[in-house]
Design a protein around this ligand. Structure first.
Ligand code: FMN
Length: 217
């Protein structure tokens, strides 16, 4: 059992998204999985360029993106893995641009445009999206973010199997709120939540990782 996680935040150490992914992978490891964490923002890659090489009838292989860049070997390794966990901060109500680019390259080569077999991914696997965001939970619906999260969930289900969502809300954005524009935030409430609620989110991530590594899609 191999579980791959992808950090779609440019902040790669100690911040919200990557911390939750690390906990998810620890949970997966506790269930016996081998794990790999990919830092998307360390890679030089682009989103889909709409070349349609993956849709050509005379293609040599199914599910392979013709673009060659830093993401190519990563996508090759996805073919052999048994669960995918994708973490992203919410940027302007959706996934970060790096995460969007990754999702395009991950999913589109497996889309067959055939009602009898819509996905070319060779097996059904568990996937999860972990979203971290500034807004509190009660604003998610009002802002329409839930529609975005559910749309991505639907596409991952279509291509791969199951998809679970984990939302971490009202996250800490700055190490020190006195140094940055932050008038609209209650900094003490932010620090307190980071110490009291974020550890619970980490625990939920750990349980998610364990579930992903021990259940069938
Ligand atoms: C460019 C940018 C856009 C953002 N847009 C939103 C947003 O639309 N909604 C939201 O709740 N948070 C937004 N945020 C806040 C981040 O989603 C939040 O701080 C997140 O937890 C950061 O994750 P990280 O600590 O892993 O980098 C934005 C942050 C940045 C840098």
């Amino acid at each position: 059992m191999k579980v791959m996680a992808f950090n779609g935040s440019p902040r790669q150490e100690g911040w919200n998204t990557v911390t939750l992914l690390e906990h998810a992978l620890q949970g997966a490891e506790s269930a016996g999985a081998r794990t790999e964490l990919v830092q998307l923002y360390s890679l030089d890659f682009s989103g889909c360029i709409s070349c349609f090489a993956c849709k050509r009838l005379d293609r040599e292989e199914d599910g392979v993106c013709a673009l060659q860049d830093d993401l190519s070997p990563v996508l090759d390794r996805v073919q052999d893995c048994d669960a995918l966990i994708i973490g992203t901060p919410v940027y302007y109500g959706t996934e970060s641009s790096g995460t969007r680019a990754f999702l395009e390259r991950l999913c589109f080569p497996y889309l067959k445009y055939d009602p009898d077999r819509i996905s070319l991914f060779p097996k059904r696997i568990n996937t999860a999206m972990i979203y971290t965001m500034n807004v509190p939970e009660n604003k998610i619906q009002e802002m329409g973010f839930d529609q975005v999260f559910n749309m991505t969930k639907k596409f991952l289900q279509l291509h791969f199997g199951s998809c679970e969502l984990l939302l971490s809300t009202d996250t800490l954005q700055y190490p020190d709120y006195d140094l940055y524009e932050a008038k609209m935030f209650d900094k003490e409430a932010k620090y307190q939540r980071h110490h009291q609620v974020f550890p619970q989110d980490c625990q939920r991530a750990r349980e998610l990782g364990k579930r992903m590594a021990s259940s069938q899609a």
